[in-house]
Design a protein around this ligand. Structure first.
Ligand SMILES: NC(=O)c1ccc[n+]([C@@H]2O[C@H](COP(=O)([O-])OP(=O)(O)OC[C@H]3O[C@@H](n4cnc5c(N)ncnc54)[C@H](O)[C@@H]3O)[C@@H](O)[C@H]2O)c1
Length: 275
């Protein structure tokens, strides 16, 4: 078990699109279980309420702050950073988890959808970093530790297209997120701040039932899920805890010498496809 006692984590997209465990929700709960004070941000008050109920049921409510925010709006992001600081006094960990895919190639995808994909998957991380990096840098300049930032990418930006479909905006944005992470990591490498990206493969989060089944038009959700399991070399999709555990490691002091890199969490999918 990693120890986050005394650390403050800001996790974006800390709810989940449906019942069960999304990546941000599992990450927020895992960091809290390991001792962190956690500020969870989400667009959906309802999704956040479900995470709050878990925090309270596990007697972690006093170390939890839930804030609704549209992470694509700079002034709202600034507000949650200020509220997190007012409640907990510092920010040691930032998890840029907000994201989601929309299908389409450059011809089929309207420009508004393309722009919305870049905003959701890339600009959200940019804005969080814009407002959190000065906080972490000030902590470092004051003689303390700076911080750790973990982005959530996707193997969809490497080679794998979910269900065989093309999601050009998502792929571009998630590839950009990795590059943004490396670039920011080097910019802050002497300021006590590490930046890395976890790159999940095909994960069985509530998003599969709620969004992909609709997007892919699969009449039979069970068939789609079986297909997704079978497409993974390990023979099964990962889940939100596989992502959360990778995030926790990269955010922890155990990863103190790791920055500007990607941790692929995909059951062997990327290697099998490039073999
Ligand atoms: N599930 C997978 O198979 C998979 C695979 C690779 C990468 N990912 C990535 O993991 C991340 C989380 O995925 P998930 O499956 O847990 O999805 P999810 O939709 O369940 O969770 C995302 C949360 O973000 C919130 N959100 C959406 N837009 C927001 C905004 N503008 N501001 C604030 N909050 C907002 C949603 O309300 C939701 O609670 C995403 O970045 C996704 O691209 C997921």
């Amino acid at each position: 078990m990693l120890d986050f006692t005394g650390k403050v984590a800001l996790v974006t997209g800390a709810g989940s699109v449906g019942e069960g465990w999304g990546n941000g929700k599992a990450t927020a709960v895992l960091l809290a279980r390991q001792g962190a004070q956690v500020c969870g941000v989400d667009l959906s008050a309802e999704a956040l309420a479900a995470t709050t109920a878990i925090m309270q049921a596990e007697a972690m409510g006093d170390r939890w702050l839930a804030l609704t925010c549209n992470m694509t709006a700079s002034e709202q992001v600034k507000r949650v950073v200020d509220q997190c600081l007012a409640r907990f006094g510092r920010i040691d960990v930032l998890v840029n988890n907000v994201g989601g895919s929309a299908p389409g190639d450059p011809v089929s995808m309207p420009q508004e959808v393309w722009q919305a994909q870049l905003d959701l998957n890339l600009t959200t991380a940019f804005l969080a970093c814009k407002h959190v990096l000065p906080v972490m840098e000030a902590q470092f300049d004051a003689g303390g530790t700076g911080g750790a930032i973990v982005n959530i990418g996707s193997v969809g930006s490497h080679s794998f297209q979910l269900g065989g479909r093309v999601s050009a905006g998502y792929a571009a944005a998630k590839a950009g997120l990795e590059a943004f992470g490396r670039s920011t990591a080097i910019a802050y490498v002497r300021k006590g701040i590490r930046v890395n990206t976890v790159v999940p493969g095909s994960m069985h989060t509530p998003l599969v039932e709620h969004r992909l089944v609709k997007q892919l038009g699969a009449a039979d959700a069970a068939a789609l899920i079986a297909k997704r399991h079978a497409a993974v070399p390990m023979g099964f999709m990962g889940d939100a805890w596989d992502v959360a555990n990778a995030v926790a490691f990269l955010a922890s002091d155990a990863a103190r010498y790791i920055t500007a890199t990607q941790l692929i969490v995909d059951g062997g999918m990327t290697a099998a496809r490039s073999a």
